[in-house]
Structure formats: C-alpha cells, structure tokens
Ligand binder design. Structure first.
Ligand SMILES: Nc1ncnc2c1ncn2[C@@H]1O[C@H](COP(=O)(O)OP(=O)(O)OP(=O)(O)O)[C@@H](O)[C@H]1O
Ligand SMILES: [Mg+2]
Length: 235
C-alpha cells in the first residue's frame, strides 16, 4: 500500500459501528469520514452518546469497525493481524481513557512505564523515563504512590504521562482535562501540544472543556454517529 504518512496521520472513510442486536442495537457510528494531518491537534466535540469514544477506539485499533476503513500513517488497520496491530498500537499510539484505566496494584511510576516495557525498554531505564515524564505533569513526588491514593486529577495526569512516555506519533485523549482545574488543564495542554508542534505528531482530543478549545488546530464536530463538519481554528 502507498505510504501517505506525510499527508495524513489518520484517515477514516465510511466507518460504521453498532453495538448489540435487534431492538437493543445501537448504531454508534453511521459512516464517519475524518482526516487528521500530522503535526495537528484535532479536537472532537459533540453531545454525550454521539460516538466520540467509539470513534477514537476504532482509530486506535482498540475496537474493530463493522464497515469502512481506517488508516494510520498510511497503514490500513483492518488489514493487520493481531500481532501487527498490537505492535503498531504499542509503538505508535498513546491513549488516555475516559476512565483512566490505571492498574491499581502497580505504583504510579510502574503504570507510566508500561508502554516502554511493552516496547522492550529495559526496566530501570523505563522507570527512569517514567519518573521524568511524571515530573513533567507535576507528579515527580508521587512516583511510588498507588493510583488509588491519588486524587482524580492526579490520576488523570498519570494517565496522560503513560500515553506520552513512549513518544508515540499519535496521542488520543478522551476528556483529558475533565478532572483538572483551569491552571493544571492549561499546563497539561501546553505539555501535550509541545510534543506535537514541529514534530509531525498528531493529537486527537475528545473534550467538552471549552477552556481548552483555543489549543486546537481543527475542531471536528460530531453528532449522531457522524462528523458533521470540521472547522479550522481561528488564528
Ligand atoms: N460497549 C457498548 N455496548 C453497547 N452500547 C455501547 C457500547 N459503547 C457505546 N455504546 C453506545 O454507543 C453510543 C455512542 O457511545 P460513545 O461512548 O461513543 O459516546 P460518547 O460520544 O463518547 O459519549 P460521552 O460524551 O458521554 O462519553 C451510545 O449510545 C452508547 O450507549
Ligand atoms: Mg465518551
């Protein structure tokens, strides 16, 4: 397949996804078309239940679409076998889940080190990088804590550190500032954006948080399982 990595980081065409069957069937995605250019921060906005989490899960290869195509840096995700997909995911994508998904039995630093360990980084180095990354999100002094001993906002920052520690080409965040005050949210956005700018990396952020809209290069407006419009940020 042609490598279009210089033109587009993520390309979705006609992506559909439904859950359940018969009367209980919910059509979460009804034919999504979306392009995310490299080096851009695209915010995905829309009402609760419109399909945002489902869409980014498909983009990140966590869910398989029913129909349509999703390419990541020129590679058709659906053409990959399980091993190729998990390798692509492990190396290329960082994901911040809406519910954080931290491992409660691991320390904060161990949680953040997971993507590095998956990619074969030796444990001492992985933990060292995890600690550096935690200090970037203002948690350098909580590395040995367990996630559940932290506040919601602190857990959210651990989840963000884990998503970026391996310097992935695509970072996908589901409501990354929902539990943060304005000042912390702004510094997290600065940190996320500094990873992307000038480096050809891409960021997709699902958010309701109007306070961070000014960080977007583009806003993708979603409603009822479709992208209705994509607007460029005012400069
Ligand atoms: N695992 C699932 N099983 C059944 N239905 C699901 C599942 N996941 C999502 N849905 C349904 O699909 C639709 C889209 O859900 P999704 O989580 O993508 O919405 P969202 O835009 O992220 O909403 P929110 O802003 O509240 O997080 C909803 O109607 C939801 O109930
Ligand atoms: Mg959601």
């Amino acid at each position: 397949m042609m490598d279009t990595s210089n033109e587009v980081a993520v390309r979705c065409r006609g992506v559909t996804k439904s859950f359940g069957v018969g009367a209980a069937c919910t059509q979460a995605l009804r034919g999504v078309d979306l392009d995310v250019p490299p080096g851009e921060l695209v915010m995905l906005v829309g009402p609760s239940g419109c399909g945002k989490t489902t869409l980014i899960s498909v983009i990140a290869g966590i869910m398989t679409p029913d129909e349509g195509q999703c390419t990541l840096f020129g590679r058709d995700v659906s053409s990959l076998d399980k091993r190729e997909l998990s390798r692509l995911r492990g190396q290329t994508i960082g994901f911040v889940f809406q519910a954080f998904n931290l491992v409660p039995t691991l320390s904060v630093a161990q949680n953040v080190a997971v993507p590095l360990l998956i990619n074969g980084v030796p444990r001492p180095l992985a933990l060292e990088r995890a600690r550096e990354c935690l200090s970037d999100v203002g948690l350098g002094d909580r590395c040995e804590a367990k996630p559940l001993d932290l506040s919601g906002g602190q857990q959210q920052r651990v989840a963000i550190a884990r998503a970026v520690v391996h310097r992935p080409r695509l970072v996908v965040c589901d409501e990354p500032t929902s539990a943060l005050d304005h000042k912390t949210g702004a510094s997290i956005m600065e940190m996320l954006k500094s990873l992307v700018v000038g480096d050809g990396k891409s960021l997709i952020i699902v958010t309701h948080d109007q306070r961070i809209f000014n960080y977007a290069d583009r806003m993708a407006h979603m409603d009822d399982g479709r992208i209705e419009s994509v607007t460029h940020a005012a400069t």
